[in-house]
Design a protein around this ligand. Structure first.
Ligand code: GUN
Ligand code: FE
Length: 427
């Protein structure tokens, strides 16, 4: 008899590959010690007698990985969507992030963010905090208790930032970062891990960038930042780093891309070929954030091109550039902007299908965390049980159609009934 084994019984859908879904109606997803032993039409003899969670008639799909989201921007989501990136940062984002110097504000705001993330479709997330050590520890503590698996970064920014939200100098920034990493180590979080977070090249001095590159190597840490999101930003980087061959090289030059721990670069809307080469060589994850890119008029990333090259790609909500934590909405937006790009920019790059967007949101982004985002044997089981019965239709739908419709209509009567992370029920 297997210990720590159970099955989820329902209408099971996951990605077979980027283009195809795998479906088992009335199937059994077998979970042992948090790991998938596969999906079967009947419980295999070997697993007879294990607990069965009976969710007959409900959809069971892998959890989503939101690989780029700013927790401190959750408070002003849906506001100030009328500006481009650099003005938006100065007008809305930096003033809001400065409030996290206040522990009481951070506590309240991060409680709301953590609660809402727990109730979303996201099972794993790669998260920006602010530059404040105490507030970032508060955020990590709250995310830890949700049971979601997260990587969280104390943000670094020591130049070209307003006085009220700027680290004093590179030495202070690096000292604070080490202090934060030591506090995290002492906290022995099981679910929440640290990730180095230079905000982006414009707000990080060369000395700080170099120090963070060294820290990545010394402590074997993952790293996240922003890359080639907006044309004014790219021009600015050219001016700040005249020695660089491209924006991406400003991270590579300081040792921030090399290494085994994942690197996530948000956006990558305007990468020249040599930058794409750098990303590919270093197995960098592109965090595609379609809603943010539309709201801030930033551009449309050539995700088809990156997928054709076999690069690592996942999806991010980029709240508050994106207004919502919904990864279903993010998938639908990824498909929509890819169609506009095909129509208006480059008819050589075919639009993404819903299946491909689903793959990116589950398997693609899940790779940041290891074997995550699939129900194939050997994957950690992150799963959502979805009730789609209130998204009404007279049609008889296949499982694939039910999933497709859920992606587009999740907010119109869809309900997340249960949520599992690495085989543990969190909701
Ligand atoms: N680039 C630097 N900071 C930010 C941010 O907070 N949001 C987005 N979308 N881009 C950034
Ligand atoms: Fe961002």
């Amino acid at each position: 008899m297997h210990k720590n084994a159970f099955a989820i019984h329902g209408d099971i859908v996951w990605s077979k590959n980027p283009k195809e879904l795998q479906t088992v109606e009335g199937g059994y997803l077998i979970v042992v010690d948090g790991i998938s032993k596969g999906v079967y039409p009947q419980i295999p003899a070997e697993y007879q007698g294990i607990t069965v969670v009976d969710r007959t008639g409900m959809l069971v799909i892998p959890g989503m990985s939101d690989i780029h989201v700013h927790a401190p921007q959750y408070g002003f989501r849906g506001l100030g969507m009328d500006l481009e990136l650099l003005d938006w940062l100065n007008t809305h984002t930096f003033p809001e992030e400065s409030k996290y110097a206040n522990p009481e504000y951070a506590w309240r705001a991060y409680q709301i963010f953590s609660d809402d993330l727990l109730h979303s479709a996201t099972t794993r997330a790669v998260v920006f905090g602010t530059m404040h050590v105490d507030a970032t520890m508060t955020l990590m503590g709250k995310l830890e208790t949700t049971g979601l698996k997260t990587m969280v970064g104390k943000v670094n920014m020591d130049r070209n930032s307003p006085d009220y939200l700027c680290e004093k100098d590179a030495a202070t920034a690096l000292e604070d970062t080490k202090k934060w990493l030591d506090e995290v180590e002492d906290s022995h979080f099981e679910n929440t891990k640290p990730i180095l977070t230079p905000r982006f090249t414009p707000t990080c001095s060369d000395e700080l960038m170099e120090g963070l590159g060294k820290l990545r190597a010394e402590r074997d840490l993952p790293l996240q930042s922003h890359l080639s999101e907006n044309l004014s930003e790219i021009d600015w980087v050219k001016g700040l780093c005249p020695w660089s061959t491209c924006y991406g090289q400003t991270y590579e030059h300081f040792g921030q891309l090399a290494g085994d721990q994942p690197v996530i670069m948000a956006h990558c809307n305007w990468c020249p070929d040599n930058e794409v080469e750098i990303l590919k060589e270093n197995n960098v994850f592109v965090a595609h954030c379609p809603q943010s890119n539309a709201q801030l008029s930033s551009g449309i990333a050539p995700i088809r091109h990156y997928m054709d090259l076999g690069m690592n790609v996942g999806i991010g909500t980029d709240v508050a550039g994106g207004a919502t934590l919904s990864m279903f909405r993010a998938m639908a937006d990824a498909v929509a902007v890819s169609k506009l790009r095909w129509r208006l920019v480059d008819q050589n790059l075919a639009a993404l299908s819903t299946e491909e967007a689903f793959y990116l949101a589950t398997v693609g982004g899940g790779k940041v965390f290891g074997k995550v985002g699939s129900f194939d044997e050997g994957y950690e089981v992150d799963a959502l049980v979805l009730d789609d019965s209130q998204i009404k239709t007279p049609l008889e739908l296949t499982l694939a159609e039910r999933l497709e419709r859920y992606v587009y209509l999740a907010e119109e009567g869809g309900r997340i009934v249960e949520k599992y992370v690495a085989g543990r029920r969190v909701l």
